[in-house]
Design a protein around this ligand. Sequence first.
Ligand code: AMP
Ligand code: GLY
Length: 416
Amino acid sequence: MNVLLIGSGGREHALAWKLSQSPILERLLIAPGNPGTDQIGHNISILVNDFAALVDLGRREQIDLVVVGPDNPLADGIVDHFLDAGIHAFGPTAAAAQLEGSKSFAKELMAEAGVPTAEAHAFDDPMAAAAFARESGKPWVVKADGLALGKGVIVADDLDTTLAAIATLSTIPAGKRLLLEERLHGPELSLLALCDGRTLLPLPVARDHKRLRDGDAGPNTGGMGAFAPVDSVDSDLADMIVADMMQPVVDVMEARGIPFQGSLYAGIILTDDGPRILEFNARFGDPEAQVVLPLVEGDFLAALLACAEGRLTPDMLRPRPGYAVCVVLAAANYPGAPRRGDVISGIEDLNANDLIVFHAGTSISAEGLVTAGGRVLGVTGLGATLQAARDRAYAAVEQIEFTDKQYRTDIAAIAL
Ligand code: AMP
Ligand code: GLY
């Protein structure tokens, strides 16, 4: 089979790595890809939002399956374009991607499906949102309704911060509509599942580390590291989340005629009153993909194709024993505008056993491999125990050098 993978981050390198192990893969093209994906398949320099050029490429190269990584092209209908051209694509249509692209739409579906989530109030007028917050006299989590590159949520500790957050988020395009959400407390989980519109195939439960600095301090980022599986989540709890919080949403979407096909990502918080959905994403998580994909056995490409063809069965992939820990190395100034062009050294010398270095924001220059984005590399260690996987990842992290590299030293520490 010929596969076209769309995207250029660490998630896409992990997807390329996993797809390349499939016995049915013939050719893998990645648009636009990164230096890591180019070692596995062939990078094609077409941007993820140039749908006409991508569909042309799909036709010309006789692509059997397109796999879409990032959220923005999904929300903009990339899958619809491929389907119109008669090309199978793994990922939701624009209508189904609204589950991530509009938080108010997701809340409405969850209400209809009876899925527990934080109480929320939607406002199309920031003045009305501010009046409501003042009236309530308490702080709220303020969320832009649309996609905002991970910058659309402000967790306020007091009323003044809530009002300031309303003012800030109402000025970004994704913030034309705002949500005020009740603040919940507890550990967070990421549960990703493949879905063909009806059937779910859950992957191992992962935990992300969203803040920039150790001890969950500093600003929110796309994710500074992750580990899986999360032992504190037993199989009963994971089964319950899938059956009672994910399947009902899938069923409501199917009944509405907008079936969800792709990777359904549930962001969950374990409160004292039980698990609650914080958000749904319509794609694989990044860096979650860098830890969950190495932990599954079976033909991954066959499973994605089965999703696109509406014939997924839950036995197509199985968890494999062991643990994975991914530590993200970020560029100077991330999550602000990252500095680019710093030379990266030390990757070649690494012993490849139980270690995968996923590229994200890298590029090749005259000086060799250099930084080219906020999250530069995702270093994934594997091991029979969480400790072994973590030690493996950090041993490699210390050998990779670039100027002012930023990383957390406490990824997965909470679970040890
Ligand atoms: P979201 O994009 O909605 O997942 O929000 C990003 C992050 O903000 C989450 O991973 C949580 O850490 C935090 N967050 C979002 N909603 C809430 C909430 N209702 N209560 C507490 N924290 C939240
Ligand atoms: N790591 C969080 C996300 O992919 O949205």
